[in-house]
Design a protein around this ligand. Structure first.
Ligand code: MG
Length: 165
């Protein structure tokens, strides 16, 4: 165990689910992905960036994305979730926290995400202001069961580590 005085760490977790629907573009991790349906929601419904935003707020003890950007507020209708995440990052920086790394998992039966993994990793790293090496993106299917497996929804989980700057 590291016993350096002053090493102050915080871990945060985020989870989100959005329903898949026709007539919407699929935006995942800040990039547009070609698919027959997109995620339904008040903002651009980027389920991965929402999970990451919650992890960032959670690590700093700052509540959750719904408190900061209520989905009843017309200001966030159709919002680019990248802007919500960069706002969350700015808030934790104001509290003198620095992001160390992020690990995340996207759960989607379709489309295949492996061709997009590098683009998502690079975009998320850019939004967090950390090197891509400090971002890890995993993709899982729903094994044909549950809302993800039935292709009704996509889910995402994220874990973020902060260190006192
Ligand atoms: Mg959401």
């Amino acid at each position: 165990m590291d016993s350096r005085p002053g090493l102050d760490l915080r871990v945060g977790h985020g989870h989100d689910t959005h329903r898949l629907t026709r007539g919407r573009s699929l935006i995942l991790g800040g990039i547009a992905i070609e698919y027959e349906r997109g995620l339904d929601g008040h903002s651009d419904a980027d389920v991965l960036l929402h999970a990451i935003t919650d992890a960032v707020f959670g690590a700093a003890g700052l509540g959750d994305i719904g408190q900061w950007f209520p989905d009843t507020d017309p200001q966030w209708a159709g919002a680019d979730s990248g802007n919500l995440l960069t706002a969350a990052v700015a808030e934790v920086r104001k509290k003198n926290w620095k992001i160390v790394n992020l690990d995340c998992t996207i759960s989607a039966e379709e489309p295949r995400l492996s061709p997009h993994r590098t683009a998502i990793r690079n975009r998320v790293a850019e939004l967090l202001g950390i090197p891509p090496e400090n971002v890890n993106v995993k993709a899982k299917t729903g094994e044909g069961v549950g809302p993800v497996g039935r292709k009704e929804a996509i889910s995402a989980d994220a874990v973020v580590l902060l260190v006192r700057d």
